[in-house]
Design a protein around this ligand. Structure first.
Ligand code: ACO
Length: 330
């Protein structure tokens, strides 16, 4: 068995900054409401002619450069996203083409906020077993195109933003790298956070629906999301620590999915962890679903918050419900 390590990271966010005040001109909301309940101050929205694949491509180019490899070294592409450019195929096929990767395998993973860790875990298995030496793993979303920007959709739309992050995973030669990954799902809870249409269920098929149907809008039961998130985050972080016989004192940084600052605070409180050990950039980008962890990882590294030999934990919770973690020795 080999071990994989993250050799480089990159991210990309659209230029357009949308502040809470900007939102209050489109819907009945306020900076105070959004800030106090989520910690979000602003988010990025993509221009009309930009899709998720464009954000993913830019993040990938940055990660390839950061890793100091050639695109032609990549043998596998995995993209975590719930906002793909097309109904099918996935964003991964577009990235594979734009990077000129001939015929290497490429697929998407639709595990919402947990999708980057799910994707990292799959790539890790490919590298561990010697199937590939180098993989490109991406989390990317252009959610501004899916949200309802009227007062009716305000409980969801104020939380989400656009962006992409990418990581190059390669075979480790010094024993450091991904120590373990842990994936979970509880599908019976899926209707607490979902977008029903368009889909192939008779209830979700486009021919059977009015185009302004609520089924085309993301729906969230905020209280259930909050309640489950503050339980599952600590569980899956503790699972990663236990699997590697690590205590919280051994962990230098936790990078949680940037769901909501109040969720991160509640998780830290339950675990008895100071907030300076819990990375946060949600004030700038809102919740970017699959993109939030790789963007945060990329920024944490750029800010020198991670040093060689550090133990870090990535953790996510989101639609499905899915939740996941990864323990990494940097
Ligand atoms: N602006 C102003 N008012 C709003 C907005 C908004 N954007 N959205 C909802 N409201 C209103 C509601 O209509 C409701 O009004 P009413 O009382 O007149 O009916 C009121 O605000 C509800 O406010 P609260 O009392 O604060 O409601 P609650 O305590 O349930 O909090 C919240 C709602 C903030 C969504 C909470 O449940 C929460 O934080 N949940 C977690 C959701 C989350 O962060 N999801 C992240 C995305 S999923 C993921 O990544 C895991």
């Amino acid at each position: 068995m080999y071990k994989s390590r993250i050799a480089g990271v990159g991210h990309h966010v659209p230029e357009q900054v949308v502040t809470n005040h900007d939102l209050s001109t489109m819907m009945d909301t306020s900076d105070e409401w959004i800030r106090t309940r989520s910690g979000i101050q602003e988010r990025r929205w993509s221009p009309q002619d930009t899709g998720t694949s464009d954000l993913a491509y830019e993040a990938s180019v940055n990660a390839i450069e950061n890793a100091g490899i050639k695109a032609s070294n990549i043998e596998l592409v995995i993209v975590g996203t719930i906002s793909s450019d097309y109904f099918f195929p996935g964003v991964s096929a577009q990235i594979q083409d734009r990077l000129g990767l001939n015929t290497v395998g490429a697929f998407d993973i639709k595990a919402a906020c947990s999708a980057f860790i799910y994707s990292l875990s799959v790539a890790d298995q490919f590298i561990k077993t010697g199937m590939v030496k180098t993989a490109l793993v991406i989390g990317a979303e252009a959610q501004s195109k899916l949200i309802d920007k009227s007062t009716e959709g305000r409980d969801v739309s104020v939380l989400f933003g656009d962006g992409a992050g990418a990581a190059i995973l390669t075979r480790s030669d010094d024993g450091n790298g991904i120590l373990s990954t842990h994936l979970h799902c509880e599908g019976r809870e899926l209707k607490h956070l979902w977008m029903e249409a368009p889909g192939t269920s008779p209830n979700a098929w486009i021919n059977n629906l009015e185009l302004d149907s609520d089924k085309f809008k993301p729906i969230m039961n905020g209280k259930e999301v909050f309640k489950n998130a503050v339980t599952r985050f600590p569980e899956v972080i503790e699972e990663a620590m236990a699997a590697n016989k690590l205590s919280m004192d051994d962990i230098q940084l936790i990078i949680p999915h940037q769901a909501n600052y109040r969720i991160s605070q509640a998780v830290a409180k339950r675990m008895g962890v100071e907030m300076d050990k819990v990375y946060s950039n949600i004030h700038k980008y809102g919740n970017t679903t699959a993109a939030s962890i790789p963007i945060a990882l990329s920024e944490a590294l750029a800010e020198n918050k991670i040093s060689k030999g550090d133990h870090i934990i990535l953790a996510a919770f989101g639609a499905g419900f899915t939740w996941a973690s990864a323990a990494i020795k940097w």
